[in-house]
Design a protein around this ligand. Structure first.
Ligand SMILES: *Cc1c(COP(=O)(O)O)cnc(C)c1O
Length: 387
């Protein structure tokens, strides 16, 4: 049986997969089982920050696998300690909890927010405000936080305590916070799965000010926007805010499973021994991969991310069949006349990988994609959009 046949026979049917099986890659190029080459503008959904088989990353990961792949969190390991130090030094946050995915990073943030409020206000602040059209994960509690009904169908009852408000509507937020029963607000600064929808800067700073004045925690979900994706190390830097908790995952370890919940000086001591944990969290191999990525995500690379983003926008803005472009850095959404699905299929046939987000074409290429490959891929994308 072929890989595709085996998948259809034995893998739970949760994915509507594209008709391609990849076997290897190099940088921003991928190769399928027939040897066909593709330029990758999807990055495994913003995960392969430095593309496939980046040399420094591969060496760091292999060296760690040979030395020690796992010991559990009963003990200290150097990659985990060093990664936490680097994350804090680069963000101004104070402490880190490591998990294995974005949903888990958010679960930790939700638990910490509830405990912060419980420690200070007893049972008076059980609720958390999130935005309509948000995406925070697939566990039942992060689904409850997610403000999209399409993800909720068939899975109730949900974790209580989540209130959704309209994005970029400060009155709706104010009304929700006026009930005085809210421990935290959680939001993405660019709603990724929701269609690459960027929050207004004025709205974000007003929300931050409201939260601060009422001792409500502000949690920023940077699972997708983090780790250089938007042209700064974290997107919150571009919004002039200092969140109480930041969560991240996707691109942090360059292709290995990791999740991280970052705590500020206000929240760093909320979680105490026994209140939270993870068997695999902070796994030394994932952390060694993340150290390789994070230590090279310097200002020069971030500048390149911004330049490449600007190049894509300049190529596609006003092009035939393009309605609008949203996003920041190398996290872009393109609204098109043609259905996005058809563009994905057309590009794939021609050896270019693009994604969708709601009804948009979504681009999340490796941050290190060379300009030559980017130009080649965007030219094809442009033709497929115009067709
Ligand atoms: C992908 C994503 C998640 C969920 O991450 P998983 O690793 O799939 O659990 C949560 N929040 C945002 C903003 C995401 O983009």
């Amino acid at each position: 049986m072929t890989t595709k046949d085996l998948d259809k026979a034995y893998i739970a049917g949760t994915y509507a997969r594209q008709d391609v099986a990849f076997i290897k890659g190099s940088g921003a190029e991928l190769f399928d089982e027939d040897g066909k080459r593709y330029i990758d503008l999807g990055g495994g959904i913003a995960v392969n920050s430095f593309g496939v088989a980046d040399e420094d990353w591969t060496e760091a990961v292999i060296a760690q696998v040979r030395a020690l792949q796992h010991v559990s969190n009963y003990y200290y390991t150097e990659p985990q300690s060093k990664l936490a130090q680097l994350l804090c030094e680069r963000t101004g946050m104070k402490k880190v909890f490591f998990a294995n995915s974005g949903a888990e990073a958010n679960e930790c943030a939700i638990k910490a927010a509830r405990k912060y409020a419980s420690d200070k206000y007893g049972s008076a602040r059980p609720n958390m405000v999130t935005l309509w059209n948000s995406f925070h994960g697939r566990t039942l509690t992060t689904l409850s936080a997610t403000g999209q009904e399409s993800f909720h169908k068939d899975f109730g009852p949900f974790t209580p305590g989540f209130v959704h408000v309209k994005a970029n509507d400060i009155r709706d937020m104010q009304a929700a916070l006026d009930k005085n029963d809210v421990c935290a607000v959680m939001m993405e600064l660019i709603q990724g799965e929701g269609g690459v929808f960027v929050m207004d800067k004025a709205y974000v700073s007003e929300v931050a000010a409201l939260c601060k004045s009422r001792d409500i925690l502000l949690i920023i979900d940077e699972v997708q926007t983090g780790n250089g994706r938007t042209g700064t190390l974290y997107a919150f830097e571009q919004f002039g805010i200092h969140p109480d908790i930041v969560t991240t995952a996707k691109g942090l370890a360059g292709g290995l499973p990791i999740g991280a919940t970052l705590f500020s000086e206000k929240t760093e001591n909320v979680l105490t021994p026994g209140t939270h944990g993870s068997t695999f969290g902070g796994n030394p191999v994932s952390c060694a991969g993340a150290l390789s990525i994070l230590s090279r995500l310097n200002e020069k690379l971030l500048e390149e991310v911004r330049e490449k983003g600007e190049y894509i926008v300049s190529e596609l803005a006003g092009a035939q069949g393009v309605r609008s472009i949203s996003g920041m850095g190398l996290m872009l959404g393109v609204a098109t006349d043609k259905p996005a699905r058809d563009i994905v299929t057309g590009c794939l046939q021609r050896g270019v990988i693009v994604l969708t987000a709601k009804d948009k074409v979504r681009l999340l290429p490796p941050l290190t994609i060379p300009f030559s490959l980017l130009k080649e891929a965007i030219a094809i994308l442009k033709e497929e959009i115009a067709k």
